[in-house]
Design a binder for this molecule. Structure first.
Ligand code: FAD
Length: 344
């Protein structure tokens, strides 16, 4: 019988990728089971933003998770050595009124916000962007080409022989006293990182996750010539070759677990683009994904009540790309030291 692996990982969105990186940094062995049928990471906007742009504040614990996120993606870029997927890029917040300008200036003077909000009001020099009240620049923001990152990461794991492109079948997992066994592979720990699909996981039936549907349009706007990320009513994210990702919408629980793009969101996004830009555009693509939201907006780092070496990493919500690298470290610290997981 071969030596057990240290970990099995189910799911390779940003939660799973962050766990793999923690394990590799600690020289721990693992295998991943993943299919990319329903993956929030793959359809995300790819934006790293340390602020809440509705209120000009920061989310709780930004000082812990944000520096870690910037470092994580820059290091991953160096490690994978493939096409670039990480780019520091400013976000331009388009103001809707003089009142918002004032709120911005007041917020940028607060100690917590100084590093992130540039106090200057930038006047709009692009006639194809509608911004009569000007814009504010958010510092330390970045854009990730998430599909390139995923493709490179999977290819790296395949080279290491630790990626299985198959659906994990819960009823095939055997639990023994000190190991987990799955189709002939044994491991000391198992971490589930399944995003919204955790709702099918019989080992974590009590996880309180709310689906939060989000939809994007990909548009071609040859005259727009915007290089930074624009945030007006929606994000308008430059993808190169005069194409932009526009969104995302925020569906509610009534949308359930439906990953199909909807006519309703199409009309909303189209009308929002028309409000944000003054030039012609064509819509090339429309897609949807589901954010794994939690009722208290906190991530889920949880051990199974009867099997403490079985854990769930989920609930990354609206900004999982920014929070996953930090919380993956917290979870693996606890599993490796057998300490209780702290309240996050
Ligand atoms: C429209 C939209 C836009 C977003 N934009 C941003 C953004 O700009 N910035 C940001 O920080 N966050 C953003 N988010 C949030 C972010 O995408 C999520 O918080 C994050 O991707 C969740 O990652 P995850 O790894 O937990 O889940 P997922 O990314 O969903 O990954 C789960 C993976 O597990 C696999 N899986 C599940 N069950 C099984 C099984 N039984 N067997 C095998 N594989 C399985 C799934 O197929 C999937 O590949 C956005 C989300 C959405 C939906």
């Amino acid at each position: 019988m071969s030596k057990p692996l240290d970990y099995l990982i189910v799911g390779l969105g940003i939660a799973g990728i962050s766990i793999c990186e923690e394990l590799q940094a600690r020289k721990l062995s693992f295998k991943v089971f993943n299919t990319y049928s329903k993956c929030a990471t793959a359809v995300s906007g790819g934006i790293l933003n340390p602020t809440v742009l509705k209120w000009f504040t920061t989310p709780p614990h930004t000082e812990k998770f944000y520096p870690k996120a910037l470092d994580f993606y820059a290091s991953l870029q160096n490690k994978l050595k493939g096409n670039s997927f990480y780019c520091q890029k400013p976000i331009y917040r388009i103001f809707a009124s003089y009142q918002e300008q004032n709120n911005w200036m007041a917020a940028s003077d607060k100690v917590k916000m100084k590093a992130y909000l540039n106090p200057d009001i930038v006047s709009n020099g692009n006639p194809n962007i509608n911004a009569p009240y000007g814009m504010g620049i958010i510092n330390q923001t970045a854009q990730i080409d998430i599909q390139t990152l995923i493709d490179q990461y999977v290819s790296e794991l395949r080279k290491l022989g630790c990626y299985h492109d198959v659906r994990f079948l819960y009823d095939q997992l055997r639990l023994t006293h000190d190991t987990f066994e799955y189709k002939g592979i044994t491991a000391k720990h198992i971490v589930f990182c399944e995003g919204i699909s955790v709702l099918n996981n019989p080992f974590f039936k009590d996880i309180a996750l709310k689906p939060g549907k989000g939809e994007y349009l990909i548009v071609h706007a040859p005259d727009l010539k915007a290089t930074g990320i624009l945030k007006g009513k929606r994000y308008l994210i430059p993808l190169g070759a005069d194409t932009y990702k526009v969104g995302a919408t925020f569906g509610d629980e009534s949308d359930g677990l439906d990953w199909e793009p909807s006519d309703k969101a199409f009309e909303i996004l189209k009308s929002d683009i028309e409000e944000m830009i003054a030039c012609a555009f064509t819509i090339e693509h429309h897609f949807a994904g589901i954010r794994p939201l939690t009722p208290d907006n906190k991530p889920i780092l949880k051990q199974h009540s009867a099997h403490p070496r079985m854990a769930c990493f989920n609930g990354l919500g609206m900004r999982g790309l920014t929070t996953a690298p930090y919380y993956a470290g917290v979870l693996i610290d606890c599993l490796e030291s057998a300490n209780a997981i702290p309240t996050v």
